[in-house]
Every structure is written in C-alpha cells, then in structure tokens.
Design a protein around this ligand. Sequence first.
Ligand code: ZN
Length: 170
Amino acid sequence: MPMQSSWLRPNGLRPTLRQLMILVIHSALLFALVTPFLRGGSFLIASIVLPLSPPLLAGLILLLDAPGPVKYWLVGLIASPTLAGFVAWLDFLAVEVGTRGLDRAFPLLVLLNVLGLSSLILVFKRLPRRCSECGRRSMLPLAQLRWCATCGFRTILQPEKRGRAKPPTR
Ligand SMILES: [Zn+2]
C-alpha cells in the first residue's frame, strides 16, 4: 500500500476540525433519535441510543471523514466496542425488566457477556502505540502494517512470522 505524505498528521492524532464536525453531527443525530422517546416517557426504548452510538459514529466517519489510513483505523477502533455496548444494554434491560422469565435466557446472557468482554480486547489491540522513530503515540495497527501517522515510519509484519517486524522501509 503506497503511503502519501498528505496522510501524515504532524501534530499527532489530535482530532481534525472535520472530525469534530462529524462528532457534532453524531450528537445531533443521537439527540434527534432519543427526543421523541423521552417525550413519550419511554426511557427504556430511549436507552437503545447508548449501544447505537459507536456504530453510528463509525458509519459517519466512514461516510464523511477525509480518506486515508487514519480514517480506516479510526472506524475500526470506534466500531469495535459495539458488541460490548449491546451486551451491556441487554444486561441493563434484563435488570430493568426483572428476573421473571430470565432463567431460560440467563445462559445466553452469560455467553453474550463473555463475548462482549472478549471483544473489548480488540479495542486495546487497536490503540495506537508509541513510534520508535519520532516518539509520538501515533503508530497505528493497519492489517499487516504498523504505520506512524506523525512521521510516516512503518514496519511490515511478515505473515509467516507474525509479530516480528522487517527492517524499516520508508
Ligand atoms: Zn513516528
């Protein structure tokens, strides 16, 4: 994958103005989604907005953010707690609805919780690492590649020896 210099973020991974605007649109959409339910007093239905929030934001970034590796990394990072969010919401729902009839659903809920918690490992795997070249926390995990969004330094992970980096290529 050829890397363009225009993709670099010299100031690190601070959000761009465009990303801040996307965040504003995201908040407005969530607000518009939740208001009719809150007016009707359906707090339980309105709470669906919490697990919907990460996939919605990831979708908006995919749609509206400037192209480049940072965008695709960010979409993956933001979408990865989606399952955990839904499971947490189901837990909340189960507590709210009460324990009646929960006996049958309980094993499923436990299984979902295990899946949800293990999916959180993905979030940690996708966090940026510190770059050995410029020292900034901008090293992004991108498939077989580790790419620094600040200085462009990259290492390619060899498929047969996963985790071991090849000598740096620029
Ligand atoms: Zn760097």
